[in-house]
Design a protein around this ligand. Structure first.
Ligand SMILES: [Zn+2]
Length: 68
């Protein structure tokens, strides 16, 4: 998996500080959700994206699209 290394290191690429995982969810009106998994540095606030997903709810259930 391409993201496993970045998920677990927990260290800011800019300053070396400790990071935590932030999950942002944006909901659009038509049943579409945009979910972003981010690493955020506790020291300098640097954000790096781990993964982005688009989730669409439709008649047959959920469809998930991975953006990167
Ligand atoms: Zn940092």
């Amino acid at each position: 998996m391409k993201t496993s290394g970045r998920l677990n290191d927990g260290v800011c690429s800019r300053c070396g500080g400790r990071t935590f995982i932030l999950i942002e969810v944006e909901t659009y009106g038509n049943g579409l959700k945009h979910v972003r998994y981010l690493n955020k540095c506790r020291v300098c606030g640097n954000l790096s994206t781990i993964e982005e997903l688009m989730i669409r709810r439709n008649d047959s259930g959920l469809a998930i699209y991975v953006k990167k």
